[in-house]
Design a protein around this ligand. Structure first.
Ligand code: FMN
Length: 191
């Protein structure tokens, strides 16, 4: 049997009960149950220092940054859970993208998908800024299906810990994973 596709899951929210992080946890669960052939690992970005290139010493990075970069290097594809802050992606997520982009850029050529939960339009405006950044750092995003969710409309989709509890939304998330899997295999020339 072929090795599973390694997907790194990154949440742009550092909140303990973050709904966006809940989407990553749910993707991990789905990868262990209904979506075959993928493995999702949550990679924490909360310990990354704020970008400051003075912290780079002769091409080496602070230990936390190096560990993060190695996780990306080892990934087949990336799943971003991207909260929308003031019509854009969150500062922690931009910080992580910037650290990964320092030469050699670790994002280059990776397939990726974006999911989000937010207010009014479900965080969708953050997708477009993230996609724009992806042009320069050479990420390749799936286009369909799209996934953005208003987390404030009843009935509740998350519990108080930020865990996704809505079966219909889980099904949508499942289709994101299936699409990311197919696109990853396609880019790797395996299908
Ligand atoms: C500084 C700040 C700015 C925000 N701006 C937006 C926004 O522009 N659009 C939106 O839909 N939600 C906005 N929100 C709401 C968050 O996206 C929303 O609370 C989201 O669910 C937080 O995600 P989390 O549960 O993963 O932490 C903002 C929240 C904060 C703290």
């Amino acid at each position: 049997m072929a090795a599973p596709i390694k997907i790194v899951g990154i949440s742009g929210s550092l909140r303990k009960a973050s709904n966006n992080s809940g989407l990553i946890r749910s993707a991990i669960e789905l990868s262990k149950t209904v979506v075959e052939g993928v493995e999702v690992e949550y990679v924490d970005i909360s310990n990354l220092p704020l970008l400051n290139t003075d912290l780079e010493k002769e091409g080496t990075f602070p230990a936390e940054v190096e560990a993060f970069r190695q996780k990306i290097v080892g990934a087949d594809s990336i799943l971003f859970a991207s909260p929308e802050n003031n019509y854009s992606l969150s500062a922690p997520l931009k910080n992580a993208l910037d650290w990964g982009s320092r030469p050699p850029n670790v994002w280059g050529g990776k397939p990726a998908a974006i999911v989000s939960v937010g207010g009014g339009h479900g965080g969708v405006k953050s997708h477009y800024h993230l996609r724009q950044i992806g042009v320069f750092i050479d990420l390749h995003f799936i286009n369909k299906p799209e996934f953005f969710l208003n987390g404030f409309l009843p009935p509740a989709k998350f519990n108080s810990n930020g865990d996704l509890i809505d079966e219909e939304v889980k099904d949508k998330l499942k289709h994101i994973l299936l699409s990311l899997k197919a696109f990853t295999l396609q880019l790797q020339g395996k299908i």
